[in-house]
Structures are given as structure tokens and as C-alpha cells.
Design a protein around this ligand. Structure first.
Ligand code: ADP
Ligand code: MG
Length: 594
């Protein structure tokens, strides 16, 4: 029995472990991916810190992950030379749920239960350290942080509500730094302690880890050994009595031994030649790196040279992971920044992308930034400004690629998820209007069921039509029933329906597209290019008094009452003044202040 000091888990942790064991049954092997990814994170953390504090490495500069198996006893050990944990960190990290992966898992589980979803989906989520209990009934973590001069041992058992921590005392278990995880496998899971099995899993799941992963493998080489002569043969040969008789007989045998074998490919995928990397591999990398379970909608791998040198792979995730509020204040960890292959941080999204593109995920590796780069340095850096420009341009190319896909649904899916972001871009990024505008989509009076782009609108314009017409409303139904539309429909002029609250502001920021102005058909001075002065004069004469009378009756409720040629069947319509808010904007403003 463990002899260390006993601690209770935070309540959620026991619940989580229970869920893990019961719901991930079919996909147990994820445990290895999770533990390797923790080992890799630990190496990343120490490598980053050691840039400014080389003494932390304690004479051992190698970062690696080693997995040893003992198939007779059903034991798997995973050792890394990363940052390790102090006693307090053991309590904070392995006894509480504060970390991304596990919290995400609980949320996903809840969401999928709420949606009546199946548990297979969850099997693909990162469940972090506790996934060790999928296959092990006892886990021992022996770890040494460079911040502490002691090595500590955390020990926990499946289905227990507590764990213990003690100091490492056995001399042969002392490590200079890092963490050693020992899994005592459950009876039915001892198969994972086979070296070939582990090797296969590493190749499958952890091919993108950028530190070498060694597995303990049995090897063999052939050699010639002398053997005793068969006496019968000797007699037969002996009759000849030749010199050959004295030549010793040999036999080829296989000599077996055990050794570490490098099991993954450590060259990061973004350093490879894009021509040699398949879409499947990019998608695999994406799912591994960002803990995603759906294929991305698009990816783009590029290198820029010249003034600033960097490499990057960008992705558009299949579904937007942040809600509406996150869009305004995104706290995403979507961009992983590397400097000369060293992972620096995934916390610099805002420095590398404008917030309206915060949904883009990817890796960026620069040779021109200092390793000890900070947010302040990034914000001041001319290099980063250039990088940012290029990244944004590539992101737009990638989105344009989806919009040109033969499969219309691809872009509809994109638009459903990210349309709002691009509209925010119209408001926040004047410089890129030319790139954003062709990507916008709207319903229209001639396309109530599927969204169209501005290019389609322009192509469909009448030969003498100068402007792009729009009406802002709260739904397609109310837009198409507005009296403003009558004359335009009669003349077969298409009108865009702006039904999302942000649409109108976005369009007003654009002002024009391909030199055609956006015109709100609900405004006072709508000119459909059909002025007939004679007729207007006659009308004014006939109905001038009626107008005066109506104005008198309505008083201050309206600014003026005028004769108009914009209606065909409705007797009258309320329009907004040239310089005032549109009715839709007024509605919006009202809803904001209430
Ligand atoms: P996540 O990796 O999403 O943070 P995990 O449950 O996988 O969640 O791990 C929890 C925490 O435990 C990690 O954030 C890390 O601080 C710590 N940890 C786990 N494994 C190691 C390790 N091999 N070396 C150092 N710290 C580790
Ligand atoms: Mg983890």
C-alpha cells in the first residue's frame, strides 16, 4: 500500500475519472496520445524557459520521451526530460480540474448528452492525464522540477477518491529532471505493454510530436557461429583426408538484444515540402495539434521568404468554437507561434491576426524573431507587422478557395459559422475591404432561399442600373413584404435583404462595391432613374393639398408628407430622412439602450 501523504481529489475529478472509464471504453488507446502530448508540452515548457535560463537544464540538454514496456508484468513507463512538477504542482495539476483538456472534455460530454449525442464523439476528445486510468488501475508519477531540489511521487488508483504524494527515496529511481509515469495495466489491458503495440500507437497518434520518442524494442542481428561437426559427416569427408577437412563448420544465428528505437518523425510537418504532404496528413496534424475531431474546412501551407522569413500552416475549423461573445473578445489559443522550431506560445493570436480572423487556427514558425519574444516585442516589431499582413492575405486566399469550391454547400457552411466575423471585418479593417467584400453573402429579392455574393448581384444588374439596392429588416419574410420593394420588383431590380443586425453597418462601411454604391431603398431620396418632371408637376398640383392636409393631421409625428413615384400598389409608405437612421437602425439602437 502507498505510504505517502493522502489527499482527496477535487470533487469533479472523481466524477471525471468515473465518466472516463465508463464512456470511453471503445477508444481506450487515446491514453497514450494524451500522455505523450503532456510529455511533449513539458519539454516545450522547459525548452522555452531554458532560453533565458540555461542552468535549468542541469547538464542534460536533450529533450526526449522514452516509452518502455514490460509485457510479462503489464507495465508501461513513459519518461520525459521536460519541466517536471513541484509538490504543489502535483496537487494543482493532478488533483484538480483547471486545465483546458479536461474541462473541455466535461463540457463536451455535457453538450453531447444534452443533444442526445452518442459517446463515440467524446472518445475523440482530449481527456488529459486521467485517461491513464482507461487502461491502468494504478498510476505512479515520479517527477522532478528544476525549481525544486526534491523529487516527488504521486500515486493514484482507478475508482479511488484520493491519491498520495511522497518523496522519492529509492536511489535507482532518481532522475535529473522531468517526469516518469508508470502505468500498472488492468488485467484486460495488458496488451498495451507489448512493444509492437506501443510502437504502432506512437506512429498512429503521435507522429507530429516534435521531440524524439523512443520505444524500447527487441532487435536482432545475424552472426556466424562455429558449430561442432556432425560425426557421420566427418567420417565420410575424412576418407578424402584433404585440407578442407580441417575447416570449421559455421552456422548463421540471430542474436537478440533490446535497445531504444526512434519511433516518430521529428521534422515538423511545416518544414516539409508542401508538394510532398497530403491533405490527409495536414488534417491529421490539425486534429492532433488542436485536439479537434472534425476535419478542417480548408488548409493552407506556405513559406514566405525575402524581407521576413517564416513558415505557416493555417486552417479553417469546420465549426466555430467560440460563441457570439467570444467574437468581440476572443481568448482563443488558435495560433501556435514557434521561433526556429521552438514552441514559444499559443497566446499571441491577437498579435498575429486581427480579432475578426480569430477563428483561424494554425502554426507559425519564424526565423527572424528572438527566442525570448514577448507580447511587447511582438507589438512593436516591424517583422510582426509584415508577418501579420501576409498571414491575413493567406487566410483570405484560403477562404476564397472555399468560396470557389464546386460544392456550394462548403461555403454555405463556412458562412453559417463565420459570416459574422467577416462582417465585423468590414467595420474594423478598411484596408482589406477589397478582400472581404467578395466573400460576403446575402439573401435577396430574387434569391430568398440561398445566399448570393456581391459578384452574383453585380452580374445580375440591369444594363442601366447604377447602384446596389438593399433593404435592412429583421427577416427575409418581412423584407420581402415591405412596400419599399414594390417599384423595384416591378422593374425587376434585385434588392439585397440585410437580415442580420450587423449587416447594415457592415454595408455602410463598405460604401461601394466595384464602383457601385450601396443604396438603402427605404431612404427618402431613392432615385430609380425615371424622373418625369411633367408628370410630377401634374401630380403635385392634383395632390398637393391632400399632402398638406395629412401633414396637418399628423403634426410632429412626421417630418414631411410628399408625393412619390416609388410605390405601385400600396397607397403610402413611411420612409426615413436622407440623413437620419434607417428604420432598422433605429430598431437596433432601441434594443441596445433598453
Ligand atoms: P492539459 O494537458 O490539457 O493541461 P492534462 O490533464 O493532460 O491537461 O494535464 C494536466 C496538467 O498536469 C498539465 O497542464 C501539466 O501542468 C501537468 N502535467 C501532466 N503531465 C505532465 C508531465 N509529463 N510533465 C509535467 N507536467 C505535467
Ligand atoms: Mg494534456
Amino acid at each position: 500500500p502507498p505510504t505517502g501523504e493522502k489527499y482527496e481529489y477535487q470533487a469533479e475529478v472523481s466524477r471525471l475519472m468515473d465518466l472516463i472509464v465508463n464512456s470511453l471504453y471503445s477508444n481506450k488507446e487515446v491514453f497514450l496520445r494524451e500522455l505523450i502530448s503532456n510529455a511533449s508540452d513539458a519539454c516545450d515548457k522547459l525548452r522555452f524557459l531554458s532560453v533565458t535560463e540555461p542552468a535549468l537544464l542541469k547538464d542534460n540538454v536533450d529533450f526526449d520521451i522514452r516509452i518502455q514496456t514490460d509485457k510479462d508484468n503489464g507495465i508501461v513507463t513513459i519518461t520525459d526530460t521536460g519541466i517536471g512538477m513541484t509538490r504543489q504542482e502535483l496537487i494543482d495539476c493532478l488533483g484538480t480540474i483547471a486545465q483546458s483538456g479536461t474541462a473541455k472534455f466535461l463540457k463536451a460530454l455535457k453538450d453531447s448528452k444534452d443533444a442526445g449525442g452518442d459517446n463515440n464523439l467524446i472518445g475523440q476528445f482530449g481527456v488529459g492525464f486521467y485517461s491513464a486510468f482507461l487502461v491502468a488501475d494504478r498510476v505512479v508519477v515520479s517527477t522532478k522540477s528544476p525549481k525544486s531540489d526534491k523529487q516527488y511521487v504521486w500515486e493514484g488508483e482507478a475508482n479511488a477518491s484520493s491519491y498520495t504524494i511522497r518523496e522519492e527515496t529509492e536511489a535507482d529511481k532518481v532522475i535529473p529532471r522531468g517526469t516518469r509515469l508508470t502505468l500498472y495495466l488492468k488485467r484486460d489491458d495488458k496488451g498495451f505493454a507489448h512493444p509492437e503495440k506501443i510502437q504502432k500507437l506512437v506512429k498512429n497518434y503521435s507522429q507530429f510530436v516534435s521531440f524524439p520518442i523512443y520505444t524500447w524494442q527487441e532487435k536482432g542481428y545475424t552472426k556466424e557461429v562455429e558449430v561442432d561437426e556432425d560425426p557421420a559427416e566427418a567420417k565420410k569427408d575424412g576418407e578424402e583426408g584433404s585440407a578442407e577437412q580441417k575447416k570449421k563448420k559455421t552456422k548463421t544465428v540471430v542474436e537478440r538484444y533490446w535497445d531504444w528505437e526512434l519511433t516518430n518523425e521529428t521534422q515538423p510537418i511545416w518544414l516539409r515540402n508542401p508538394k510532398e504532404v497530403s491533405t490527409e496528413l495536414y488534417n491529421e496534424f490539425y486534429k492532433n495539434t488542436f485536439n479537434e475531431y472534425l476535419e478542417p474546412l480548408a488548409s493552407s501551407h506556405f513559406t514566405t521568404e525575402g524581407e521576413v522569413e517564416f513558415r505557416s500552416i493555417l486552417y479553417v475549423p469546420a465549426v466555430s468554437s467560440s460563441g457570439k461573445d467570444d467574437m468581440v473578445n476572443p481568448k482563443t489559443k488558435n495560433i501556435r507561434l514557434y521561433v526556429k522550431r521552438v514552441f514559444i506560445s499559443d497566446d499571441f493570436d491577437g498579435e498575429l491576426f486581427p480579432r475578426y480572423l480569430s477563428f483561424i487556427k494554425g502554426v507559425v514558425d519564424s526565423n527572424d524573431l528572438p527566442l525570448n519574444v514577448s507580447r511587447e516585442i511582438l507589438q512593436e516589431s516591424r517583422i510582426v507587422r509584415i508577418m501579420r499582413k501576409r498571414l491575413v492575405r493567406k487566410a483570405f486566399d484560403m477562404i476564397l478557395g472555399i468560396s470557389m469550391s464546386e460544392n456550394r454547400e462548403d461555403y454555405e457552411k463556412f458562412w453559417d459559422n463565420y459570416g459574422k466575423y467577416l462582417k465585423l471585418g468590414c467595420i474594423e479593417d478598411r484596408e482589406n475591404h477589397k478582400r472581404i467584400a467578395p466573400l460576403l453573402r446575402f439573401f435577396s429579392s430574387q434569391s430568398e432561399d440561398y445566399i448570393i455574393g456581391l459578384d452574383e448581384y453585380v452580374e445580375n444588374m440591369k444594363p442601366d442600373q447604377k447602384d446596389i439596392y438593399y433593404i435592412a429588416s429583421d427577416s427575409v419574410t418581412s423584407a420581402k413584404n415591405t412596400p419599399f420593394l414594390e417599384r423595384l420588383m416591378e422593374k425587376d431590380l434585385e434588392v439585397l435583404f440585410l437580415v442580420d443586425p450587423i449587416d447594415e453597418v457592415a454595408i455602410q462601411n463598405l460604401k461601394s462595391y466595384k464602383e457601385k454604391n450601396f443604396v438603402d431603398i427605404s431612404k427618402e431620396d431613392l432615385d430609380l432613374g425615371e424622373k418625369d418632371e411633367e408628370k410630377e408637376k401634374a401630380m403635385k398640383q392634383e395632390f398637393g393639398q391632400t399632402c398638406d392636409w395629412i401633414k396637418k393631421r399628423l403634426g410632429d409625428k412626421v417630418a414631411s408628407v410628399q408625393i412619390s413615384n416609388r410605390l405601385s400598389t400600396s397607397p403610402c409608405v413611411l420612409v426615413s430622412g436622407k440623413f437620419g437612421w434607417s428604420a432598422n437602425m433605429e430598431r437596433l439602437m432601441k434594443s441596445q439602450t433598453m
